[in-house]
Design a protein. Structure first.
Length: 403
């Protein structure tokens, strides 16, 4: 578990809205409440003020900085400006604390705390968020020294209330600094996770594209070369080696099917304006052939172009699997269903089917046709893929995508 305080490297993020934003809001609320408390005490002990106008002037400075700091700390600030803001905060806090010695009678501090009361803690907490726990402890100790100097300047003795106040301020600052440190760590790790997810989505998209083109061509060359024999067999062997290397390069089994939506073909996750739509039923009817029967609604099934294209590509991969793994006389039925909130496309064949664990075995061997080109595409669209198969009973792939 990390024990070091958040250092200057965290200062740039400290004053930005983000994981530390709740801390800044809490400090702003604390300053307001402390200011109200300070005003109540001054009014309550106004008879002990040596210079009432001076005392209310100090309160006016505190009020102005309470409003200004709430705004300034919430803005995105570069590290240098953030530290300058903290320096101004601490200077005003210590200045208002020292101003107590100039505007009150000695009896005032016998009845209550300095004019700043708990308002000073706002600066200490800000130092904890920006500089970490060490800064919080340092400011708390400096407050104790300044409080002692104020009391000595008024000829007062130091009571047990002074060290108690310092101890409480140290505990509060340390706790806030500890939370701020973990907020910085959490924000950095969250950013890294978002970047990793984006890279994974892009790699999966490239892997699907390669699988649908290059890998299939290499596999075909390998198979036909082995059938032809002679020099073609050597060419097929080389194609097989390159296919294996390329599969190893794009193997994403650990990250496949994360369910994180990806960008469209143009790299956008959704732009301004209404996206263009396309009739999915028309796309599916275009796949009808002597062995493929298509059944679709008479009305159009409108979907965003990217969604329709991805579903069409997934269906194309399912049909390609039938061509590769089933006898020539295998029949295929393609069904499109518009269910309002969702659209379902089912690809069913009467081929030999496969064992229940065949898909998992194919993934383990690096053959990601169903996992990437079919299930990966549908998962990226927020949909689900269900494969139903058994030896001798054909295969049914149901693709269900929300509108």
């Amino acid at each position: 578990m990390p024990t070091a305080s958040a250092g200057p490297a965290a200062a740039g993020a400290a004053a930005r809205p983000g994981f530390t934003a709740p801390l800044w809001r809490a400090i702003a609320v604390f300053r307001v409440a402390s200011l109200v408390y300070a005003v109540v005490l001054v009014v309550q002990h106004r008879d002990l003020l040596a210079h009432p106008l001076g005392a209310f002037g100090v309160l006016a400075v505190m009020a102005a900085w309470t409003a200004g700091s709430a705004y300034l700390y919430a803005r995105p600030n570069p590290p240098r400006r953030t530290w300058a803001l903290l320096a101004a905060d601490l200077a005003l806090a210590f200045g208002c604390l020292a101003g107590t010695a100039l505007v009150v009678e000695p009896g005032y501090l016998r009845m209550g705390p300095p004019l700043t009361t708990t308002w000073f803690a706002g600066a200490a907490l800000a130092a904890a968020v920006i500089g970490g726990r060490r800064w919080a402890l340092g400011v708390a100790l400096a407050h104790g020294v300044a409080d002692i100097c104020v009391r000595l300047s008024l000829g007062l003795t130091i009571t047990a209330a002074v060290p108690r106040g310092v101890a409480l301020l140290m505990l509060a600052g340390y706790a806030v600094g500890y939370m701020a440190n973990y907020a910085h760590l959490a924000e950095r790790r969250f950013t890294e996770a978002v970047e990793l997810a984006a890279r994974t989505r892009e790699r999966e998209r490239l892997a699907r594209s390669i699988h649908d083109s290059v890998l299939q061509v290499l596999a075909l060359v390998q198979r036909r070369g082995a059938e032809a024999g002679g020099e073609a067999a050597e060419l097929g062997r080389l194609a097989g080696e390159q296919e294996a290397k390329l599969r190893a390069l794009i193997d994403l089994r650990d990250g496949a099917g994360t369910g994180i939506g990806g960008p469209g073909p143009d790299g956008a996750a959704g732009g301004i304006g209404t996206p263009a739509t396309e009739d999915l039923a028309a796309r599916m009817r275009a796949r009808a052939s002597a062995r493929v029967s298509v059944s679709a609604p008479a009305t159009e099934v409108r979907l965003p172009q990217h969604t329709a294209a991805e579903i069409d590509s997934a269906v194309g991969e399912a049909l390609a699997n039938v061509d590769r793994h089933c006898p020539d006389d295998t029949r295929v039925w393609l069904l499109v269903e518009d269910e309002g909130d969702t659209v379902a496309v089912t690809v069913r064949d009467d081929g030999p089917g496969m064992a229940e664990d065949r898909l998992a075995q194919a993934c383990a061997e690096g053959r990601m046709g169903v996992a990437h080109s079919i299930r990966g595409r549908i998962t990226d669209l927020g949909g689900t893929t269900m494969v139903t198969t058994a030896p001798g009973q054909g295969t049914e792939i149901e693709l269900r995508v929300p509108r």
